[in-house]
Design a protein around this ligand. Structure first.
Ligand SMILES: Cc1cc2nc3c(=O)[nH]c(=O)nc-3n(C[C@H](O)[C@H](O)[C@H](O)COP(=O)(O)OP(=O)(O)OC[C@H]3O[C@@H](n4cnc5c(N)ncnc54)[C@H](O)[C@@H]3O)c2cc1C
Length: 289
């Protein structure tokens, strides 16, 4: 099957990872099955790479990304505010599209810069809301057993940045249930959220918050700031002066995933030493998937 050789750094928003990947982007489900049959091992699933750190691997690993083709970016209305949606759609375009149809409920999440598939896998959340609350069904493919995978709301399995989607499950589409909304008001709410994000997010290439918040009283950012992490740096990566739970690649140049890992480890070690709290990294690391 056809693939493109890419450096990891070009595929993830933090620009981390000096290793190569063989990137497969099948446009149809038939091409997808053909790709999977041709591979020696299940590929790593990638979407927008906004929560993923690449790797410095010597050998090019197989990576699968669903393109925004007709099949993987489909939008089908099933009921007044019920939609079947392809996993390759971005969260923002989904929110805007459904708002225009008079359906609301995604504005709080619209500033999260990922795909629908990525948002489901991570149970992306913001402003006290999570994508999980809107999901009625998911349909996917188990890359390890080569079997269909289906999920319905009553099966549960969601938690804070945790989803029922296992590592080798590729989500193809989902059914979301929204609520009726006035299109103009919903659009205004989305625009306001995007403006808010532009103000609060540190500038530079990033992958969002580094660590989960241990609890509401102790946000990771506060612990990291008190542990003196602001400004710590390794290679291309630096802890933001604006937000201690945020690493930026200031020059947006390819950086080593190992440097990034060492910086994250140092942040974690400082908080452990000062507060005896073991922070959990929110990001996915290609080397560990
Ligand atoms: C500036 C910035 C702000 C952010 N703010 C937030 C925020 O407020 N809240 C929040 O929750 N996150 C935030 N993030 C993190 C990130 O955007 C989200 O986790 C997003 O949902 C990841 O989507 P993605 O398409 O980029 O997934 P990727 O980063 O490509 O992948 C993330 C994980 O999802 C898996 N995955 C992707 N697609 C599929 C699929 N189709 N099927 C199965 N698994 C899949 C991948 O294998 C990987 O394990 C932010 C990131 C940035 C850069």
């Amino acid at each position: 099957m056809r693939y493109i050789l890419h450096q990891w750094a070009g595929l993830c928003s933090l620009r981390a990872g000096l290793g190569q990947v063989r990137l497969y982007e099948p446009a149809t489900q038939d091409e997808l099955w053909e790709t999977l049959r041709s591979l020696e091992r299940p590929p790593l699933i990638l979407a927008r790479g906004s929560n993923l750190v690449g790797a410095d691997n010597a050998q090019a690993m197989p990576v699968l990304r669903l393109p925004k083709s007709a099949e993987f970016a489909l939008v089908e209305q099933l009921g007044p505010c019920v939609f079947k949606l392809g996993a390759a759609l971005s969260l923002l375009e989904t929110a805007k599209l459904l708002a225009a149809k008079g359906c609301g409920g995604l504005a709080a999440l619209a500033g999260i810069p990922g795909s629908l598939g990525g948002a489901l896998a991570m149970n992306a959340g913001a402003n006290g809301e999570e994508i999980a609350a809107r999901v009625r069904e998911m349909r996917g493919w188990d890359l390890r057993s080569n079997q269909p995978w289906n999920w319905r709301r009553e099966q549960g399995g969601w938690g804070y940045r945790r989803s029922p989607i296992g590592k080798d499950i590729l989500i193809l589409e989902t059914i979301l249930e929204l609520q009726p909304a006035h299109p103009e008001e919903e659009k205004a709410a989305i625009d306001a959220e995007l403006r808010r994000r532009r103000l609060i997010n540190p500038k530079g290439a990033s992958a969002g918050s580094v660590f989960r918040n241990p609890d509401a009283q102790n946000p990771a950012g506060r612990l990291l700031e008190l542990a003196g992490c602001k400004g710590l740096a390794r290679g291309m990566f630096r802890v933001s002066q604006k937000h201690a739970n945020w690493i930026i690649n200031t020059e947006r140049k390819p950086g080593s995933a190992t440097d990034c890992r060492l910086l994250v480890n140092e942040m974690k070690a400082r908080v452990l030493e000062k507060f005896a709290v073991e922070l959990q990294c929110e990001w996915k690391w290609a080397a560990e998937l």
